[in-house]
Design a protein around this ligand. Sequence first.
Ligand SMILES: Cc1ncc(COP(=O)(O)O)c(C=O)c1O
Length: 455
Amino acid sequence: MVSAAAVDGVTSMKEEGDKDGLGLSLGERVRADFPILDQEAYPGKPLVYLDSAATSQKPKVVMDVLRDYYERDNANVHRGAHQLSIRATEAYEAAREKVGAFVNAETSREIVFTRGATEAINLVAQTWGLDNLAAGDEIVTTVMEHHSNMVPWQLLAERTGAVLKFAQIREDMSLDLDHMKSLITDKTKLVAVVHASNALGGVNPVSEIAEAAHAVGAKVLVDGCQSVPNMPVDVQTLGVDWLVASGHKMCGPTGIGFLWGRMSVLETMRPWQGGGEMIDQVYFDHSTFAEPPARFEAGTPAIAQAVGLGAACDYLSSIGMENGAAYEHEMSKYLWERLSEVEGLDFYGPPPNASGDNRNPLLAFNSRDVHAHDLSFFMDQEGVAIRAGHHCTQALHRQLGAAGSLRASLYIYNTKDDVDQFIEALRSTLDMFKAMDGDGGGAGGGLVGGEPSIF
Ligand SMILES: Cc1ncc(COP(=O)(O)O)c(C=O)c1O
């Protein structure tokens, strides 16, 4: 893992950019914490993992905490007076404290553990949403939302008669804030917006959106799946009502995520799932319910995963979210620059600004000659793992006239060397297709809208 000294070193060397006194970048320093990265994807082809927006790799310290938990403390929580149960409960509640502190919640009781961001959004839709929306009410969202922050609202709209309105993107593919504000009217009951787009990479001005929404009495839910892992997120400064995130994208295990809700809002929400732990009193004819967050955590929770997420928060905090973000901004610019050198590509997303802080370290793109799936398949043979598909933003891709795209996404452990190897693999794959086709028409042929040639 990153030693405390190494982490201090990163912090104190900040003035020298991403390099420490030994000439190592943050990525180079933390890489050893992630054993999975130290392998060959195929013989002679070292793994270059560029799919962290889908899921991040896990530092050893998180895996150690999971093992320790199962080896020493495992028991059910909130149920027993015996030692193990007490220790498991303490570890679970300590994890809630860590997650709360990580996003600067006023109290850890504002953190509801869920299976992931998707479950957290569905929880809000099916409790607050069903109770507060009626025919003619409007939900304002954006065209760049992940399916997780779109389909639950479509289902809610179907059941209540509410109407979904979509804010557009500008020509440079950043959110059209003026359009979004024009959609927010006194019919608006909810604004649901992604903080950082998993497809376009742009960071949205959430506080400004929240102000506009609150001015008409609407509530605001923020999808923080791609922001919480990559930048300091302070729910109090953002001024929103709910924020959701997934543990597996921020160095934590799968199967755990969280809903942060302002306590005054959580208190008004009725239970979602019924079962153990979420009750106060149970009679044969009715039940009364626990206060938040227990009210929303029916049944045995993902205890070890929550403990692992707490360890992930500790790990990221030890690096410093400001440091991580500054490094990622630089890497994001580098990725954009290097990819711009390759001919025949179309990019999806706003260009980086001077500091790079308007984007996450990811870039979705298409070759005009070779299908995204073909490219991804052949780049995998070179050891480079990048995503091909619609990245759960199918409606956006449809609007952009693309069936799918390729997406390279970086995290704190990636280095410029990774980007260079990616560019090299991309160039050689494009050259191979060109040679197969002679005129660059591409064996992939179908381009952004068609069928890949190899599947
Ligand atoms: C922006 C965004 N929102 C929501 C999700 C859904 O997260 P999960 O599948 O972990 O619930 C993702 C995952 O890719 C995402 O990138």
